[in-house]
Write a protein that binds this ligand. Structure first.
Ligand SMILES: [Zn+2]
Ligand SMILES: [Zn+2]
Ligand SMILES: [Zn+2]
Length: 123
């Protein structure tokens, strides 16, 4: 039986998604897919990713005003220096301190911390 175009696209999207081990944007995801499967449209990619987020299969974060996605429930933490405007990503895995404050169950989280970096403190 011949597969419909939608079924085939879906399979390609699923296959590519399964290879993702870290954060990625919809645009990056689209570029990779487009190379392998030129017929694919960016709207299809967005729709697919949004569906996955709705099903809690994919987790979304905001990074530099753009959405990032990850298959794993990760922590996305930024430290932004208000003086030199440099933004750093921090690797924080333990959020036990938040557990009692959250009126529900934590899925994944994102924290934006603002301050003055060490370099600027010295100046
Ligand atoms: Zn989540
Ligand atoms: Zn980020
Ligand atoms: Zn700074």
């Amino acid at each position: 039986m011949r597969q419909s175009r939608t079924t085939k696209q879906k399979a390609i999207l699923e296959e590519e998604l399964a290879t993702k081990k870290t954060f990625f944007s919809a645009e990056e995801f689209y570029v990779i897919l487009k190379n392998k499967y030129p017929q694919i449209g960016i709207a299809t990619v967005y729709r697919f990713l949004h569906e996955k987020v709705d099903k809690n299969f994919l987790h979304s974060y905001t990074c530099h005003r753009k959405a990032l996605y990850s298959l794993q429930k990760k922590a996305h933490v930024h430290f932004y220096c208000e003086q030199c405007h440099v933004e750093k990503h921090l690797d924080i895995k333990n959020v036990d301190f938040l557990k009692n404050e959250i009126p529900g169950e934590i899925c994944h989280f994102q924290i934006d911390v603002k301050g003055i970096c060490k370099k600027c403190q010295k100046d």
